[in-house]
Design a protein around this ligand. Structure first.
Ligand code: GDP
Length: 444
């Protein structure tokens, strides 16, 4: 998970302050020394870390502490605000063409995640009602074209390709194609190289001159830390970029690139990649990221994810059954399927305030949770149709059969039965019958 080390170290730095009634200059200085070390260990650019600490110290020492906050909370509030500012303040959206199609050019080094993110962006914008067209301009690696076609299919988006032709010409013809076929967004997947070189830049400049993209997004790999920042600086100087797509944030435990890109290049991070799957992309919100770093959770992103990925009709249906206390094992299966859509459970839980720390302390990992869920699903699938719907039907001999069928023990089956009973009990405690209970759940 991103920022793990940094979150821990910052929380240690603040822990010491927590016991203080009033902050002296030396308290702040000591805490800021730790903050600076934490940032450097997170691979944040040296100057960025230095300036950051100077700014926070200046604001913390001698500032009027709000009555509702302890001095320590006051420092955390300042750090939160400055972290947000460091990453650019508000999310910056991509440009929009005055007349469609909007042309977005994706560039970056080989392996940064360019092709994957071209498809992820196409998928995301398609869900928002746009009609994107993916364009294969990476003509040097035949595999890149195939990869884009496969990912385009997953995204449900058309892919424009002309094999290994001239990328400048392909880009130009793709734009014409988009106009002819009513695509309002063109995403150009350009070629990458292992290192920045003149040939690569020349080609990108020619594509830029030919099609005049409204937005040039640079794709960089968060796991490469300061190298990613240097790459961003070099691309910006040579080509001019409008924003950054920071990929592989899921594997970046340090967070140095996320925290330095904006300060070093002046260009905002607009999107973040959080996994290999097509839906694992987020709009980058500096303020939410700062909250996550400080262990304050990111409930807003979780809600947005739920809204975009859950089957609303199904959720309403489920809520209705809950409110009428008609839950059975089929509902449990549905519930699991919905939760799975949101991604790894640990990731979901860590979006809740304070949870990240608990998860770490409990040393729970995704595979454990997934295995537990798999076991429960196997038990339910081993039940007959009647058993799934009629909760009381499961007698001891049936329990033995279900356990054998699902490769579990009778205790596991008992545990599941108990779980459902507890859920039903809980619903009963809401009191009243259908209507009252529904009102309590915010339903009509
Ligand atoms: P390109 O050469 O820049 O087009 O890079 P690709 O799109 O082919 O990605 C390179 C590798 O990184 C592939 O194996 C992707 O599955 C993987 N990848 C891309 N984005 C992410 C991400 O956000 N998280 C993780 N974990 N892997 C990613």
């Amino acid at each position: 998970m991103a920022f793990e080390g940094l979150s821990d170290k910052l929380s240690n730095a603040f822990k010491r302050l927590r016991s203080k009634g009033k902050l002296s200059q030396s308290d702040v200085k000591e805490a800021m020394r730790e903050v600076r070390l934490a940032l450097l260990e997170a691979d944040v650019n040296y100057k960025v870390a230095k300036d950051f600490v100077a700014k926070v110290s200046e604001r913390a020492v001698g500032a009027e502490v709000m009555e509702s906050l302890t001095p320590a909370q006051h420092v955390i509030k300042i750090v939160n605000e400055e972290l947000t500012a460091l990453m650019g303040g508000e999310n910056v959206r991509i440009a929009s063409a005055p007349k469609p199609p909007t042309i977005v050019m994706l560039c970056g080094l080989q392996g940064s995640g360019k092709t994957t993110h071209a498809a992820k962006l196409a998928h995301m914008f398609k869900k928002q009602g746009r009609r994107p067209l993916l364009v294969a301009c990476d003509v040097y690696r035949p595999a890149a074209i195939t990869q884009l076609k496969v990912m385009g299919e997953k995204a449900g988006v058309s892919v424009f390709e002309q094999g290994q032709g001239n990328p400048v010409k392909i880009a130009k013809e793709a734009v014409k194609h988009a106009k002819d076929y009513g695509n309002d967004l063109v995403l150009l997947d350009t070629a990458g190289r292992l290192h920045i070189d003149e040939t690569l830049m020349d080609e990108l400049k020619r594509i830029k001159a030919e099609v005049g993209p409204h937005e040039i997004l640079l794709v960089v790999d968060a796991m490469t830390g300061q190298d990613a920042v240097n790459v961003a600086k070099a691309f910006d100087e040579a080509l001019g970029i409008d924003g950054v797509v920071l990929t592989k944030l899921d594997g970046d435990t340090r967070g140095g690139a996320a925290l330095s890109v904006r300060a070093v290049t002046g260009k905002p991070i607009k999107f973040a990649g959080t996994g290999e799957k097509i839906e694992e992309i987020e709009v980058f919100h500096p303020e939410r990221m700062a909250s996550r770093i400080l262990g304050m959770g990111d409930v807003l992103s979780l809600i947005e994810k739920a809204e975009s990925q859950l089957d609303v009709k199904k959720a309403e249906q489920m809520a209705r059954r809950f409110s009428e206390n008609k839950m059975d094992y089929n509902d449990m299966l549905d519930q699991f399927a919905q939760v799975r859509k949101l991604g790894p459970i640990k990731q979901i839980l860590s979006s809740l305030p304070g949870m990240d720390k608990h998860l770490k302390e409990a040393d729970i990992d995704d595979s454990q949770m997934d295995k537990q869920m798999d076991r429960t699903v196997a038990i339910i699938l081993s039940m007959t149709k009647r058993e799934r719907a009629c909760v009381d039907a499961i007698n001891p001999s049936r329990k033995r059969r279900i356990a054998a069928g699902s490769g579990t023990k009778v205790e596991d089956v008992n545990r599941l039965i108990k779980q459902l009973e507890q859920m039903q009990q809980m619903m009963k405690q809401f009191g009243g019958k259908g209507k009252k209970r529904r009102r309590m759940m915010g339903m009509p």
